[in-house]
Design a protein around this ligand. Structure first.
Ligand SMILES: [Zn+2]
Length: 239
């Protein structure tokens, strides 16, 4: 039996509405979402976020998603639709929101910087495929990451894995950028890290203002990357 956020899992009835008599709808929250304002640095997770195992989460989400489709009026007996609730539930837990669970964070192995390479290392065009936490639709783009070693280096594919880990959460782009930057500082034991993300938000393209041409750029600079010459060198490489 789970009691949190008004959801209860009692094996049969899954309740979409809060039990407090209100519909849980708050206009101010809608507006935060439409402006895409991030409100916290860490992904807002409850303490009991991982009390349920993945199998249980998939079962529960399947039931809830089936109910959403039913409310929309879809015929769940249709061959094309009847596998959708479980497909979506598995996709949420095992793929696109896998990065919520710290256990899925990639292990990072560091190597000594034997070549005495002292310039910046830039990893360009890392695929960003994340999910807007305000609308649950994709954020698609590229991340450009750089660091200056203080004695340790990292396998380049590990940078991609770290980016992907933080992408696989409901996100706002600002938080995603900062989380990747901080994680790289920690993993690489260096202050000198830069992250630029250039991404399209499908919630902006497909709904709301329906602008298909705009993209959003966010940046994280620390250590030497706060100095103009280092920052400009980085920007020249990714430009
Ligand atoms: Zn959105």
């Amino acid at each position: 039996m789970i009691k949190s956020n008004g959801f209860s899992a009692n094996g049969n009835g899954l309740h979409l509405l809060n039990g407090n008599g209100k519909n849980g709808h708050n206009h101010a929250h809608d507006e935060i979402g439409d402006e895409h304002v991030g409100t916290s640095y860490d992904t807002p997770l409850r303490d009991d976020a991982f009390d349920l195992d993945d199998t249980t989460k998939i079962d529960l989400i399947t039931e809830h998603f089936r109910e959403i489709m039913q409310i929309l009026g879809l015929d769940l007996n249709d061959d094309s639709l009847n596998g959708t609730p479980r497909r979506v539930a598995k996709m949420y837990v095992q793929e696109i929101f896998k990065g919520l669970n710290p256990q899925n964070k990639p292990a990072i192995t560091l190597f000594d910087n034997k070549y005495k390479y002292e310039e910046m290392i830039v990893e360009k065009d890392v695929t960003v495929y994340s999910t807007c936490e305000h609308h649950f639709v994709p954020i698609i783009g590229k991340a450009h990451v750089a660091y200056v070693s203080t004695g340790k280096v990292i396998g380049l594919s590990k940078i991609n894995r770290l980016v992907q880990f933080y992408c696989k959460r409901p996100q706002v782009q600002e938080r995603l950028t900062n989380q990747i930057g901080e994680a790289l500082k920690e993993a690489l034991q260096t202050e000198h890290v830069a992250v630029v993300i250039d991404a399209d938000h499908l919630c902006v393209a497909s709904r709301g203002v329906q602008d298909v041409n705009s993209s959003t750029v966010t940046a994280f600079y620390s250590g030497k990357f706060r100095e103009d010459n280092t920052k400009n060198e980085f920007l020249k490489y990714i430009g």
